[in-house]
Write a protein that binds this ligand. Structure first.
Ligand SMILES: Nc1ncnc2c1ncn2[C@@H]1O[C@H](COP(=O)(O)OP(=O)(O)OP(=O)(O)O)[C@@H](O)[C@H]1O
Length: 354
């Protein structure tokens, strides 16, 4: 706590506990003007349960940004937290409405989730045109940042397996609650100090029964399943597709389709059935799983229950035999492959022919 340079205590509007640049001061004041409680705001449905006690919230330095948000470190009730501040633009009513809907839905979903591999919700505040979501702070940052720091561009296979299992456990739990994440990617996976991974950012998540079509969607094309790119009806299997891309990231530490714009990547995935190329050294065990996860046919993608079971099997085998990944022989059931024998002559690693 001593290492923090607090510039703001929201409750009593203390303006500055450190020297701020003029820009920082203006920004801090412009947020605080909205966040300081007037005591007169109308509380929406369920709001009493998650509404933050502003007298207990300290906002520290900004450490990240999203498309429409800024993320600050902070302390809430003596706990280290991350505070996501979302501000509605005055000039764009549609965007303002969409951000409010996203906030409401993210809070409602986060509020009911409790799992070691899902970011823990702490509280939220709704003071239009500013909203805040307070969650536990994860010191390791995003998985994307971690992967991009790796030299050479790969991480040991036992770590790939551990990280993949954490993500799969989180996703299995999420799906067991009937929730689709819809924006699973390394940027939305956060690392704890102990290298545990937690799934975060539920801004465009939905209850499976209420997801509708993906019309007007703002997810991320490089990780997006073809049926979602095409704005078709979609199911939990869109997250399995994205998990396949995340597995590829874990094995390569690269950005998928980095030689293309997101729109070109979307076109290549839908029209040419393209996938990021698996490196020749990619162990067969992962190659098979990835090919199944990013199959263009959602029905051929496994459920997360099965993914967890497969990865746990790999983990046990690796404990017994450190050479497991090089000695692994796939089961003879060829229907489990992304590439079927009738296509195998022309099947390249970048292309799933099913
Ligand atoms: N609880 C947290 N602990 C540590 N870092 C966090 C936390 N929450 C967010 N971050 C960091 O902030 C970044 C953006 O957060 P988040 O994805 O929740 O914002 P967003 O507004 O939904 O972004 P976008 O809409 O662009 O996806 C994350 O990639 C991560 O680096």
């Amino acid at each position: 706590m001593q290492n923090f340079y607090w510039f703001k205590q929201i409750s009593n509007n203390v303006k500055s506990e450190r020297r701020l640049s003029l820009g920082e001061y203006r920004r801090a004041v412009s947020w605080s003007k909205y966040l300081v409680s007037s005591g007169a705001e109308i509380k929406g449905e369920g709001e009493e349960e998650w509404s933050a006690d502003m007298s207990q919230l300290f906002i520290g330095v900004k450490f990240a940004s999203g498309r429409h948000s800024r993320i600050y470190r902070g302390i809430y009730k003596q706990k280290d937290v991350a505070i996501k501040l979302i501000s509605q633009p005055e000039e764009d009513e549609n965007l303002a409405r969409m951000l409010e809907q996203q906030f409401t839905s993210e809070v409602a979903l986060l509020f009911r989730l409790r799992h070691p591999n899902i970011i823990a919700f702490v509280a939220a505040c709704k003071k239009p045109p500013v909203f805040c979501i307070i969650t536990e702070y994860l010191a390791g940052g995003s998985l994307r940042k971690f992967l991009h720091q790796q030299e050479p561009h790969s991480i040991p296979l036992d770590l790939v397996l551990k990280l993949a299992l954490d993500i799969a456990h989180g996703m299995k739990y999420l799906h067991s609650q009937g929730i689709l994440h819809r924006d699973l990617k390394s940027e939305n996976l956060l690392l704890g100090e102990d290298m545990s991974v937690k799934v975060a950012d539920f801004g465009i998540s939905c209850l499976e029964t209420q997801c509708g079509s993906a019309k007007g969607f703002t997810g991320t094309y490089r990780w997006m399943a073809p049926e979602m790119i095409k704005e078709k009806h979609h199911t939990k299997k869109v997250d399995v597709y994205s998990f396949g891309i995340v597995l590829w990231e874990l094995l390569t530490a690269l950005t998928p389709f980095d030689n293309m714009t997101p729109e070109q990547a979307a076109f290549a995935v839908c029209q040419k059935n393209a996938r990021p190329p698996l490196p020749p050294a990619c162990p067969m065990a992962f190659r098979r799983l990835i090919n199944r996860c990013w199959s263009s046919n959602p029905h051929k993608r496994p459920h997360f229950d099965e993914i967890v079971a497969i990865l746990e099997g790999y983990s046990e085998s690796l404990e017994q035999d450190p050479e497991f990944f090089s000695s692994y022989k796939p089961p003879r059931d060829h229907t489990l492959f992304g590439c079927f024998p009738k296509f195998s002559s022309g099947c390249r690693s970048t292309c799933v022919k099913d």
